[in-house]
Structures are given as structure tokens and as C-alpha cells.
Ligand binder design. Sequence first.
Ligand code: GLN
Length: 191
Amino acid sequence: MKIGILAIQGDFDAHRKRLEELGAETVLVKTAADLEGLDGLVLPGGESTTHMKLLAEEGLLAPLVEHARRGMALFGTCAGAILLAKEVKNPEQASLALVDMTIVRNAYGRQLESCVTAGPATISHHPPDMVFIRAPVIERAGESVEVLARRDGAPVLVRQGSILVATFHPELSADPAVHAYFLKMVRNGRG
Ligand code: GLN
């Protein structure tokens, strides 16, 4: 199983390490050619506006959407989650618009800006550790979107077909459950 990690900005290396620990072959994706032959792609955290700008400059936007349409699974964390949302607020901005949800950037107040918490989730027996860093909030999740974990009532881990979205950073905790779930998802190829 070959998993790409978008490596144009942000914390891609922690994803690479975690995926390799779990036995996946990884590729750091910097150009459209790097997308060939991938079973899945991780869109890491960072700054979503910068990600969008660099994706456009590198000519990656259309190829990325095209590969996703042809079956490449996606996993967006934090800024990556923002890129995947159909609608982005605070402020409004362009996105890949692949998941039917509305997301609000930097939506936790200053004091809660960054924190670590654990919450109930349907993907593992124990509540996964969740590291939030200037995280967005999923304000609306469409009917096709399955909620896998919540924090204070709001969805923080969701899935739409072969796309997984986390508003937190599973690559920064010691808990491999979310990445293991993504790899299982890719393996099963459930659309
Ligand atoms: N606040 C960033 C954004 O809006 C996301 C932060 C993150 O990825 N940790 O793009």
C-alpha cells in the first residue's frame, strides 16, 4: 500500500513516520507526477491559505481532485481538513470542496487555541488522544458525512466515503488509532 503525504508546507514528516511505523510505503508529494500510483494521500496541517496558494502554483489542484475521483483515498488533518471542506468560513476561502461540510477556521477561542484532550470515538476501544492546534470547527456535516468522534458536541473526526477528515493532529500524539483506521479504510477500498 502506497501512501503519499503532501509535502509542500506544514508538518508532513510526523505523518510519514507514523504511516511507516504502521507498515505503509510512503511518498512525499511535491509535484503532480508524485501522485501516480498512490492508494491514498495525506493533506497535513499547516496554514490552509498557504497550502491552497502552493497547490495552485505547483499545478497540483486539478490532478489531486482527479486522482481522488479515480479512487485515491484522502486524509486531511487540520489545515488539510479545511482544504477538503465544501464551504470555508472565517474568512471564506477557496478549497478543494470534496467533503460536504462547512468548516470555520481558528474557531476555538484564544485560551482553547491549542490543547490536548481525549474523546469518545467509534474507531477504537479507547478514546484517542486529540491534539488541537489553532483548529477549525466543523459547523455543518452533510448527510453523506459520518461522524466518528466529537469534542464538546462538535464533530472532530469525520468520513465521507474514501475521505477521512480530522480537525486535530493525530500524527502528534502517541496514539496510532486514527492512522491505523485510515490505512484500513484504504485497504478495504470502501467507497
Ligand atoms: N489555523 C490553520 C488554518 O486555518 C490550521 C492550523 C493547523 O493546521 N494546525 O489554516
